[in-house]
Write a protein that binds this ligand. Structure first.
Ligand code: NAG
Ligand code: NAG
Ligand code: NAG
Ligand code: NAG
Ligand code: NAG
Ligand code: NAG
Ligand code: NAG
Ligand code: NAG
Length: 596
């Protein structure tokens, strides 16, 4: 997957690390490949005819889906507001740097609940693509596409978007960015329909003001997400004195060299093998996204290892896509402890950084303060106004109070070992990284505490043609209201991931066996507004686990296949409702589904 925001030169999406292209190149099949291409050009007509027959109008498109808690897309009836607006009907063909842009006008009724329904159909061949929806300069939804098949696929994702009510209440430039490329081989365009439903449901209170931490390019009809490390992400804002709470949500995912950041090696080891089956990238498999206010660390995010539908093996993600692939969760950093410092009527800076780790030859570990190219990132500052603080201190006389920030150096432990073969070449690389981190920001009214732990172990053997990775990220973030009534809310999370891959060379083809096991675990006590992370307002428990086993065979662009089995168990308890679903897919079809 490549650029998801405009303004950059279109890049041929062939950089997917575990793509057969790498494997083919690395295995020295170039000569053979060019011979095949020459032959296949001769036969292209026939192949096209075949492709046309395969994709001739088929009445039923196969449904692909993300297992998640269903969100109802229905009216409230009683409220007097029950309006549906079609926000977009658009075909994303060759669409790099050409997002869909339209003017949004709020419906003429009093609403407090907004749900969107995104339905996409696609037919042919295509890579997975990243897509983002913006209301003006605010990125409000980040999703990715499924990889289509010759006879076509369809998916629908419904999302509660009420946390953005203050944006929905005024006219906006609606921008939907889905950069896609069409070639003779990659023929799939994405036909997308986006609807919004507005109703009044006595919903929870949501933010009064939402400021974007983005490149703010809506006036030039462009997507506003930053590319890191290329962009300077600093934005300056004056925070109104009436604000009593502030939470920053952060959207960030790796692309290109950073798409599989969770399996990256130490920067000194990217050239460890003479003739690797795929390129290795550096900065270790650890990533931290940091939120800075006036250059002071205000909080951090340890990202979920998202896997898009082309990741590891496409056969793993059809028709069940990876966890969160259709709705990339946005973790939150509560910056309320910083309010007394930034409500002095002056401008203050907000900045997002992404870092990996540098490991020196003698094993010293430090933040690299940069990463490979690239991460797509943006944030939203959710501001809640009320008189809570303003009444305790006269606004004008409020003294700027800097929060006490406790940011002890993280505990890093790394191991690394290279085993050489008989001829002295590097045969295997094993490494492990563990990080423990504590962070606290505290001022008169609030304290924000984060405590996280990360462990990963990787083994690349037989010059990288076999690899095994195990990873676990856990953490617990707590916001506590100090003084008076002590109240605290916490979000605990766990992201286990294990995958094994082995590459084989079968004469004219490269085969890959991929196995994975992963999970997403969230236990949150609830809190302010509608969380962009739990996607709920109250206590939330989300536990899901996916496992799969796939075989892929890559011959040429025209001929590759990937098939396998994927199992997913999902259980959630949110907003007082519990939901469970267990599904099993085999060779592209659903063979077991507890909800059907
Ligand atoms: C939508 O429908 C479901 C089931 O009929 C109902 O439980 C729910 O309250 C409805 N939601 C709204 C917003 O009306
Ligand atoms: C996408 O829309 C085009 C134009 O309406 C149509 O020809 C094509 O069949 C649609 N594709 C799918 C997969 O629905
Ligand atoms: C980033 O932008 C901010 C605000 O415009 C500016 O003050 C700062 O110097 C810039 N940083 C760099 C490294 O260019
Ligand atoms: C073995 O790996 C090390 C560390 O990545 C590298 O510096 C060295 O050049 C490699 N040796 C060979 C023979 O490739
Ligand atoms: C030893 O490792 C080198 C470099 O990775 C490789 O080129 C060579 O084929 C290996 N030799 C054997 C006998 O495996
Ligand atoms: C998260 O931390 C809070 C505050 O220390 C604690 O009360 C809570 O039990 C923790 N949650 C989990 C799941 O560990
Ligand atoms: C990967 O291989 C290791 C070692 O053989 C095994 O313990 C682990 O369970 C495997 N993981 C998966 C997802 O198959
Ligand atoms: C899945 O497809 C592969 C390749 O076509 C075949 O070898 C395998 O038996 C199939 N598995 C099942 C469970 O149908």
């Amino acid at each position: 997957m490549d650029h998801c925001s405009s303004g950059s030169a279109p890049v041929e999406p062939n950089t997917k690390r575990r793509d057969y292209k790498w494997a083919l190149l690395a295995l020295g099949l170039i000569g053979w490949l060019s011979a095949f291409i020459a032959v296949s050009i001769l036969f292209r007509h026939n192949l096209r005819d075949l492709a046309r027959r395969l994709s001739s109008p088929s009445t039923s498109l196969q449904s692909v889906f993300q297992v998640s808690r269903p969100v109802q897309f229905n009216g409230s009836g009683a409220s007097g507001c029950d309006v549906e607006i079609v926000l977009m009907e658009h075909i994303f063909g060759a669409s790099y740097g050409m997002p869909f842009v339209d003017n949004y006008e709020p419906p003429d009724c009093n609403f407090d609940t907004v749900r969107i329904d995104l339905t996409i159909t696609s037919r042919g061949r295509q890579f997975d693509r990243l897509a983002s929806m913006y209301l003006g300069d605010n990125e409000v939804f980040r999703t990715s596409t499924a990889e289509p098949r010759a006879d076509g696929i369809i998916w629908t994702y419904v999302k509660d978007m009420s946390q953005y009510n203050s944006l929905w209440k005024s006219p906006q430039t609606l921008i939907f960015d889905l950069g896609n490329l069409i070639t003779d081989v990659y023929t799939g365009s994405f036909n997308a329909t986006l609807k919004a439903h507005f109703s009044y449901e006595n919903n929870v209170r949501t933010a009064d003001l939402i400021l974007p931490i983005s490149a703010r390019k809506s006036t030039s009809n462009s997507a506003s997400a930053f590319h890191l490390p290329r962009d300077n992400t600093t934005v300056m804002y004056t925070i109104p004195a009436a604000v009593s709470r502030a939470v920053v949500s952060i959207s960030a995912c790796g692309q290109s060299q950073e798409e599989f950041w969770w399996s990256n090696v130490f920067s000194g080891d990217t050239q460890v093998f003479d003739d690797p089956v795929y390129a290795l990238y550096g900065y270790t498999p650890f990533r931290e996204i940091q939120m800075y206010i006036d250059g002071v660390l205000a909080g951090l995010v340890w990202p979920f290892p998202i896997i898009f539908t082309g990741g590891l093996a496409p056969g793993l993600w059809h028709p069940i896509v990876g966890i969160d692939a259709f709705d990339l969760r946005e973790p939150e950093v509560d910056i309320s402890p910083f309010l007394p410092m930034i409500q002095d009527g002056e401008q203050h800076s907000f900045e997002i950084r992404v870092t990996g780790l540098d490991v020196s030859p003698d094993g010293d570990v430090s933040f690299s303060n940069t990463v490979g190219s690239y991460w797509t990132a943006s944030g939203n500052i959710f501001l809640y106004c009320d008189s809570e603080i303003s009444t305790t201190k006269p606004i004008v006389a409020r003294r700027s109070e800097r929060p006490e920030v406790e940011d002890p150096p993280p505990t890093f432990t790394v191991t690394r070992d290279i085993v050489q073969n008989k001829t002295g070449g590097n045969d295997s690389l094993s490494y492990s990284v563990s990080v423990k981190r504590y962070f606290q920001a505290k001022s008169s009214f609030y304290s924000w505490v984060q405590s996280c732990s990360f462990f990963t172990q990787g083994l690349l053997s037989q010059q990288g043609s076999k690899q095994a990775h195990t990873q676990l990220t856990t953490g617990n973030n707590t916001i506590t209201k100090l003084g008076g009534t002590l109240a605290s809310h916490s979000v605990a999370f766990g992201y286990p991931l294990s995958f094994n891959q082995s590459y084989g060379n079968l004469g004219d083809a490269v085969t890959v066996r991929s196995r994975m096991e992963r999970g997403l675990h969230i236990d949150a006590t609830g809190g302010l507004g509608l969380s962009t992370y739990t996607m709920s307002s109250g206590p939330s428990h989300i536990h899901t686990r996916q496992s799969g086993d796939a075989h892929s065979k890559y011959i040429t662009d025209q001929s590759s296949s990937s098939w396998g089995e994927t199992f997913e168990e999902f259980a959630s308890n949110m907003d007082g409702q519990s939901f469970q679903r267990t599904v099993l897919a085999s060779n592209g079809s659903l063979v077991y589904d507890t909800t059907s």
